[in-house]
Design a binder for this molecule. Sequence first.
Ligand code: SF4
Ligand code: SF4
Length: 124
Amino acid sequence: MNTHWFSRLLALSRGLQGKIRRSFLCFFQPAKVEERVSKREGNCDQCGACCKIVFSCPFLIEYGTHTACRIYNSFRPMACRAFPLDRQDLEDVEFNCTYFFPESGHEAPIVPVWDPWRDPGSKA
Ligand code: SF4
Ligand code: SF4
């Protein structure tokens, strides 16, 4: 097995562990989830990176550089709503997320938060 496949396999295994960890916490330790979510800052940029961990979710809709969830207002799992819970979750998307955790020394990302209502021609 060459290095590329080995690192790919390692990333898939990490991603799967992260999915299991988030689901487990959401099911069995909702208070801990709430506490962790209260420590994060920033907003979701709708990049969809967390919807493509291990596999691309069948409910994901992609348009341009942004995404939407077909079940956002109905059956979206708690594990999706709670992403990211901590720095470990951010590692699963290689820190391509606009949420951050100042307490763990993680600074705000430089990626601007997408505003769907902003005029595309506006510099504001
Ligand atoms: S990775 Fe972060 S910014 Fe991107 S969709 Fe998920 S929560 Fe939102
Ligand atoms: S259910 Fe929605 S939020 Fe959850 S991974 Fe799928 S597309 Fe993303």
